[in-house]
Each structure stands twice: as structure tokens, then as C-alpha cells.
Design a protein around this ligand. Structure first.
Ligand code: SF4
Length: 236
């Protein structure tokens, strides 16, 4: 059973300070129970060295301000060549990374598709609950990774997914190949590079010998974000 914080579901549904009424609460509980019965959570994660980082000054920004593309830092990870200022900043000082893939399986997509035909408000709540559930599942996998990293004397940076900041979504294809996502966890890519099942996540998690005190939910929820040299919240 995946432990889901209901506040996250309410947040996805657009509730801020106020809680939903009893009817919605009841619907959320039923949707959560149906999702718990329908999900088939799977994960894959592997550790890779960061092979090289070029042209990064101590502030994590490219030294060469010439051609914009050429000036962006280059990372080599598991055969991928990635030009992304935000990912480079986040991984500065890291010696390796975990590449991660998680999924809830096709169950949530089937429930949403069925509800969309017969009961739209249930479909909306299922979407929100499934979004909170994939985050909760990925958090629990992230905690396993933190334990494995700690055993090597390493600390995790927040996870960073293709499509975030200036880390292009196209890298989903490399993740799919490197982690063998279809074989390992049943995840494929659509032509527009979206993952199927839709409640799936891929991410890079940097590993450093320095303890930065990173928070699991990332720079946007970190109180140190304003002064942190590795923060990526400004790129989101
Ligand atoms: S802002 Fe917080 S979570 Fe983000 S890299 Fe810095 S310490 Fe880690």
C-alpha cells in the first residue's frame, strides 16, 4: 500500500486553505481505495558516474558567454551528453548520479478512462489522487536510494526530471534505452515523448560527498533555496 498525503490530493484539486466538503472527501477516499487496488508499482534505479563537466565556474554558470548553446555546460552521464544549465548547477560537486524510473502501472489510466465516460468528477479526483500517489511512490523509492547512497558516504540532491528547467524532454528516450524501461517496469514512450502508463516518473538524482541538507521534495520547497548554489527553483 502506498501512503499518500491527502493534503497533496486536495492541492492538486485546487484547494488551498479550505478543505473540501464531506461529499468530495468521501469521493477522494473511494478513489484512493480503488487506486490502491489497481496500482502495480514498479521501479528501476542504477548508479552511474558523471564522466565530465565542462565550463562551469564556481557559481555553477558557464564561463564562456559566447554562442549561447556552446556555452552551456556539458554533462556526460551513461553515454548521454546533456547541455543543461539547471541540471549542471544542481549536480555541481557530484561525482555520480542515480538514474531512476518509477511507475504505478496501467491501472490508474484504466480507472480514469472508465470514469471519464460515466462520472467526470470521479475522473478528476482519480487524476489528482494518482498524481499524488506516483509522487508518494517515487518519494519512497528516493528514500531507498538515499539509504544506498548513505552506505557509500554520499548525499542525494533533489531529483531532477527531463522536461524540468532547461533539461529537454527528449532525454526520455535515453532514459528508456539506458534503464530498459519497457522491459524492467513496463513503461513506453508515446511519439510526443510522454510516458505510458501516464503515472510514471524518470529522474536524475545527484550524489555528493558534501551534506547540503537537501529536502526530498526539491528546491521549491527548501528554505535554503535563495542562497543555495545548487538550487534549481529559479529555472522551473
Ligand atoms: S535549495 Fe535545498 S534542496 Fe535545492 S539543492 Fe539547495 S539544499 Fe538541496
Amino acid at each position: 500500500m502506498i501512503k499518500v498525503d491527502k493534503k497533496e490530493i486536495f492541492r492538486y484539486l485546487g484547494y488551498r486553505k479550505n478543505l473540501p466538503d464531506e461529499e468530495v472527501m468521501g469521493l477522494v477516499d473511494r478513489c484512493l481505495a480503488d487506486l490502491q487496488a489497481a496500482v502495480t508499482p514498479r521501479c528501476i534505479f542504477r548508479q552511474y558516474p558523471i564522466e565530465s563537466v565542462y565550463a562551469i565556474d564556481p557559481a555553477g554558470r558557464p564561463k564562456d558567454q559566447g554562442a549561447k548553446e556552446a556555452a552551456r555546460p556539458l554533462l556526460r552521464i551513461a553515454g548521454m551528453e546533456i547541455r543543461s544549465g539547471s541540471l549542471s548547477r544542481n549536480l555541481r560537486g557530484c561525482e555520480s548520479v542515480y538514474l531512476l524510473g518509477t511507475t504505478l502501472g496501467l491501472g490508474p489510466d484504466r480507472l480514469v478512462a472508465r470514469a471519464s465516460v460515466t462520472h467526470m468528477s470521479r475522473a478528476v479526483i482519480l487524476q489528482a489522487a494518482a498524481a499524488a500517489m506516483i509522487e508518494a511512490w517515487t518519494d519512497s523509492v528516493n528514500r531507498q536510494i538515499m539509504e544506498q547512497a548513505a552506505a557509500q558516504g554520499l548525499y542525494c540532491r533533489p531529483r531532477f526530471s527531463p522536461g524540468y528547467g532547461d533539461f529537454p524532454l527528449e532525454y526520455q528516450q535515453d532514459f528508456a534505452r539506458i534503464l530498459q524501461l519497457q522491459k524492467e517496469i513496463g513503461v513506453t514512450l508515446t511519439e510526443s515523448l510522454l510516458m505510458m502508463p501516464s503515472k510514471s516518473v524518470t529522474a536524475v538524482i545527484g550524489l555528493s560527498r558534501e551534506k547540503e541538507g537537501c529536502v526530498l521534495h526539491g528546491c521549491e520547497e527548501c528554505t535554503k533555496a535563495e542562497d543555495c548554489a545548487f538550487s534549481v527553483s529559479e529555472d522551473a
